[in-house]
Structures are given as structure tokens and as C-alpha cells.
Design a protein around this ligand. Structure first.
Ligand code: HEC
Ligand code: HEC
Length: 300
């Protein structure tokens, strides 16, 4: 009996101590990973100017997710405030006094947008730079021209808080930051002519891989709040959704309204404020590319 109580008391002390040590280890490991320095060999892209570049840059800013996360004025905003503890406020990316991009060089813009690494060499945690790594030099320069021309706003830094579970997943490599997913050695993508072609659609579809994965087969989004549905399978497999978009018109209508052909709503995790800003050429090209995807290889 005495011995039983002894074991119980020892367990009552040991278990919380073990849990405490595990929690500290998780926090330290994930903080160390977020603080690591990622060395990337950056080739600067020269600043662009002129009406065509500004118009293209504004279009990319609105349609590729930037304005949805950073605000149309680039001033930063609350992006995710989930009851489970994931909290994300995007930073101000105007060149206002004290902003993190104030003093950015041509190389710094490339490092952040294409490689997911900030000026000090630390990985960006939320920004889906894997979606932007394949931007051509022309598109990247246009985007930067638009951002640099935004009326300056004073400092508003990013705030990123992960719940403990996401810290653990990040520490153990299940949740990976963009810098981990990107092949930093790839040369910049070469431009393809814009048009309703699968080639141009493949270029536009680069901004879908952060959620739908590189093979576009979808699945759960790592580290996302539990309320988020898995990203849809865009391949022609049995679970693929593209069969219901047999015409370009149906696909364009869904991307613009967030409604499927049967009228039901697609989850707002799909970034419709950005996607609905895409022009008809980009949307129809996406459709032609997705409909032409090869069937996924089945594991024998
Ligand atoms: C899903 C939301 C999201 C999208 C989409 C997004 N960003 Fe970000 N961005 C962030 C967050 C959050 C940060 C702060 C760093 C991080 O990710 O932890 C950031 C950081 C940055 C930085 C680096 C600032 C610094 O600290 O040095 C730049 C530059 C930037 N974003 C530009 C862009 C541009 C341009 C686009 C569109 C091509 C874009 N972002 C799209 C959320 C986003
Ligand atoms: C921020 C994450 C995110 C991004 C970026 C994103 N999607 Fe999605 N998408 C989702 C999620 C999550 C679903 C599942 C929605 C549901 O089940 O209601 C989805 C569903 C879909 C569907 C299925 C619609 C239906 O009929 O149910 C299509 C098609 C689609 N996405 C295409 C795209 C394309 C093309 C892009 C890039 C241009 C893109 N998505 C970018 C998260 C994303």
C-alpha cells in the first residue's frame, strides 16, 4: 500500500515534469528552426518602371494573394485569428518609415518573394513564397514596382503565433516553411506567351501549390486550423474535382463566385478575393491546364 502511494506520488511529480520538459523542448526546437539563417544565392532583379509594368504589377498584387494577406494598401492586417491559437498578422510592406521593407535592395525583394527568406536570412513562416518562386523576372519586377509605389505607411511588424501542436509539427518537420520547400538552385522561370494554353495555365497554377501541393493532388494543409477542409484534388483521379468543370465557363464562374455548378459554396479557405480578380485569360488557361493534367501514378 505504502509503496503504491509512493509510486503514485512519484508519477504525479514525474509526469508534469516530463510534460514540461517536452513543451520546453518543442518551443526551443521550433524557435531555433524559425531563427535559423537560410543562405541563398540571390540574383537581383532590376527595378522596373513605366505604365505597362505598373499595370501588370497591380494586377498580380490583386490576383496572386498579396493584397488579400497584406491589404490593398500593403499596410498589413490580421490574416488568421483561429480559436485554436493560430494567429497571424501580416507586416506592412510599403516602404514607409520603420517598415521591414524600408531600405530593401533589389536582392532583398527577390530573397523574400522568390525564396521565402527575409533580409536577415530568417525564413518567412506564413508567406507562401513557394507559390512565387516561379515568377518570371518580368513579373517579379512589375510586382515590386507596384509595391514600392504604394503610399508609405509607418511601421507595422508581422505577428505570428503558432499553437503548441503546430510548433511541434514545425519542430519535427511535418509543417515546413516555404524556404524548406523551395529548390533555391532553380534558375528563374522563362516567360511563356500569355494565352488560353496549358503552358500559360501551368505558369498561373504555380500559385496553387502552397495549398494543393506540387502535384496538385491536394490533401490536408499541414499546420492549418482543424476547421479547414483538405485542399481539393485537381488531378483526373477518382477523387478529382475537375470532372465537374467540363467547360471553361463553369470553372470561371466558380473561381469568380465561390460557388460550384450545383450552387453549393466552396470553402472560403480558397482565396476567392484574389482568385476572382484574375482575368479571363488566366482563368481559362488554368482550366485548360488542369483538365489536361496526367492521371496520378498509382502506387503498386
Ligand atoms: C497567406 C498570406 C500571405 C500572402 C498570400 C502573401 N504574404 Fe507576404 N507575408 C505574409 C506574412 C505573414 C509575412 C511575415 C513573415 C512570415 O511569413 O512569417 C509576409 C512577409 C512578406 C515580406 C517580407 C517582409 C520582411 O519582413 O522582410 C514581403 C516583401 C512580402 N510579404 C511581400 C508579399 C508579396 C509581394 C506577395 C504576393 C506575391 C505576398 N507577400 C503574399 C503573408 C502573406
Ligand atoms: C489557401 C489555400 C488555397 C489556395 C492558394 C488555392 N486553393 Fe483551391 N482549394 C483550397 C481548399 C481548402 C479547397 C477545398 C474547398 C472545399 O472543400 O470546400 C479548394 C478547392 C478547390 C477546387 C474545388 C472546387 C469544387 O468544385 O469543390 C478547385 C477547382 C480549386 N480549389 C482550384 C484552385 C486553383 C486553380 C488555385 C490556384 C489558382 C487554388 N485552388 C488555390 C485551398 C486553396
Amino acid at each position: 500500500m505504502r509503496r503504491g502511494i509512493g509510486i503514485l506520488v512519484a508519477a504525479m511529480v514525474a509526469i508534469p515534469v516530463a510534460v514540461g520538459i517536452a513543451v520546453i523542448a518543442i518551443k526551443l526546437t521550433s524557435e531555433r528552426k524559425a531563427d535559423r539563417v537560410v543562405a541563398v544565392d540571390v540574383t537581383p532583379v532590376a527595378y522596373a518602371s513605366g505604365e505597362a509594368a505598373m499595370a501588370r504589377g497591380g494586377y498580380l498584387f490583386r490576383s496572386r494573394g498579396c493584397s488579400q494577406c497584406h491589404g490593398a494598401d500593403g499596410g498589413g492586417k490580421v490574416v488568421i485569428d483561429d480559436p485554436n491559437g493560430l494567429y497571424v498578422e501580416s507586416p506592412n510592406i510599403t516602404i514607409g518609415p520603420g517598415s521591414s521593407v524600408n531600405g530593401y535592395t533589389e536582392a532583398d525583394w527577390v530573397r523574400a518573394i522568390r525564396h521565402g527568406v527575409d533580409r536577415a536570412g530568417h525564413p518567412l513562416l506564413i508567406m507562401p513564397s513557394e507559390d512565387y518562386n516561379r515568377l518570371t523576372d518580368g513579373d517579379l519586377a512589375a510586382l515590386v514596382a507596384h509595391v514600392r509605389a504604394l503610399p508609405p505607411i509607418a511601421d507595422k511588424p508581422a505577428v505570428v503565433r503558432f499553437p503548441l501542436l503546430v510548433q511541434a509539427l514545425y519542430a519535427f518537420g511535418v509543417v515546413r516553411d516555404a524556404a524548406e520547400k523551395i529548390d533555391h538552385a532553380l534558375p528563374p522561370a522563362q516567360p511563356v506567351p500569355a494565352g488560353v494554353t496549358p503552358e500559360h495555365g501551368a505558369y498561373v497554377a504555380n500559385m496553387c501549390i502552397g495549398c494543393h501541393r506540387r502535384d496538385l493532388a491536394g490533401g490536408p494543409i499541414a499546420g492549418a486550423p482543424p476547421s479547414w477542409p483538405p485542399a481539393a484534388d485537381l488531378t483526373p483521379s477518382a477523387s478529382g474535382v475537375m470532372a465537374r468543370y467540363d467547360t471553361g465557363e463553369k470553372f470561371v464562374a466558380m473561381m469568380r463566385t465561390g460557388k460550384r455548378p450545383d450552387g453549393s459554396a466552396v470553402s472560403g479557405v480558397m482565396p476567392f478575393p484574389s482568385l476572382s480578380a484574375m482575368d479571363e485569360t488566366d482563368l481559362l488557361a488554368l482550366h485548360s491546364y488542369l483538365r489536361a493534367l496526367p492521371a496520378p501514378k498509382t502506387n503498386p
